[in-house]
Design a protein around this ligand. Structure first.
Ligand code: IPM
Ligand code: MG
Length: 372
């Protein structure tokens, strides 16, 4: 029996509706296994700016620090997108939270599902056996270096800076993950051009001798971007910096067929945050049509983080069942799409063994299916 305090940050756009499905799933897991999950709720992003003027109010930070895990929805609102010089932006809330809590490792797993091969732009032969995990450094690099724009607005710079310690602490996590997987680690960098990349490469080369069972290889980021599409099953653990990791994780999402499917965990020494990698998808907000799977699979990562491996496996199996049986949102099947909340219910029902036999996407109540 476990008792956990979960800080919930709904954020903007589809954040609240997908996160609600994750809470439903957590409650089902709690009921099945006799755990207690308590929730507190905090403001972040555009929702927080509207109410307090600040995308990350101090109350939210305190609440997150005091939690066992943070369940995060999404941030971003179109009203800030057309003003590149907006003083406050919803995204700043997330970036500051990562920094404040020292969430230095973003862990982003990517799998292909045979039931979804047909929606991937890649071919079946490239999709078979895709199972890798990106370790993206999350609290340093060009995201957090000094940023300047001159008075005239004609010159700007972003400094990318890394220390050896920052590289080592995420690399340790990536090496440990590789040891539990297929024992291969690929460092993605741009050593032929960037000083920070030289430091990354030297650090990893030196650390590699401490992990003789892990096969380490090195790829320049431009080549890695190409290899991810041409031959994604070659990868096991990809380790990279903040900027490259941001780009490569979105690129990787097209492999499995939809950005809406991918979960992530952002881990620090003290705190851990779980969020889908998709953004706030403002066009879909409030319509119950967004894909909740990225958020629900983030809950599976949260359960693993709590040491609840069996519970995490239940969640992944339930998601796999919905995907195989066609209980999917419009990003996956625009013709026979199901509501966000319906998918959340089916995942929950599967976990609590409440699914009637021989049900499939075609014979559930028509009122629940939506065609857009
Ligand atoms: C991500 C997102 C964020 C990032 C944005 C919302 C600031 O794209 O988590 O990948 O760039 O890190
Ligand atoms: Mg991103």
């Amino acid at each position: 029996m476990m008792n956990k305090k979960i800080a919930v940050l709904f954020g903007d756009g589809v954040g609240p509706e997908v996160t609600l499905q994750s809470i439903k799933v957590l409650n089902t897991v709690a009921a099945k296994y006799g755990h207690k999950f308590g929730y507190t709720y905090g403001l972040i992003g555009a929702a927080a700016i509207d109410e307090t003027g600040d995308p990350l109010p101090q109350l939210t930070i305190d609440m997150c620090r005091d939690s066992d895990a943070i369940l995060f929805g999404a941030v971003g609102h179109p009203k800030y997108d057309n003003d590149p010089f907006a003083r406050v932006r919803p995204e700043h809330g997330l970036l500051r939270l990562r920094k404040e809590l020292g969430l230095f490792a973003s862990i982003r797993p990517v799998n292909s599902y045979p039931a979804l091969y047909h929606i991937s732009p890649l071919k079946k032969k490239q999709l078979m056996g895709v199972d890798f995990i990106i370790y993206r450094e999350l609290s340093s690099g060009i995201y957090f270096g000094k940023k300047e724009i001159n008075k005239e607005g004609t010159e700007a710079s972003d400094v990318s800076i890394y220390t050896r310690n920052e590289i080592e602490r995420i690399a340790k996590k990536a090496f440990s993950a590789a040891l539990l997987r297929r024992k291969k680690l690929t460092l993605v960098d741009k050593t032929n051009v960037l000083a920070t990349s030289k430091l990354w490469r030297k650090t990893i080369q030196e650390m590699a001798s401490g992990y003789p069972d892990v096969k380490v290889d090195y790829l320049f980021v431009d080549n890695a971007a190409m290899q991810l599409i041409m031959n994604p099953s070659q990868f096991d653990v990809i380790l990279t910096d903040n900027m490259f990791g941001d780009i490569l994780s979105d690129e990787s999402s097209v492999i499995c067929g939809s950005l809406g499917l991918l979960p992530s965990a952002s881990i620090g020494e003290e705190n851990a945050l779980f969020e889908p990698i998709h953004g706030s998808y403002p066009k879909a907000a409030g319509q119950d049509i967004a894909n909740p799977v990225g958020s629900i699979l983030s809950v599976a990562m949260m359960l693993d983080h709590f040491g609840l491996a069996k519970e995490a496996k239940d969640v992944r199996e339930a998601v796999g069942w919905t995907l195989t049986n066609g209980f999917v949102s419009q990003d996956i099947d625009p013709v026979n799409a199901h509501y966000t909340s319906t998918i959340g219910e089916f995942v929950s029902d599967f976990i609590s063994n409440d699914i009637p036999e021989n049900i499939n996407a075609k014979n559930i109540a028509f009122g629940k299916a939506t065609i857009i």
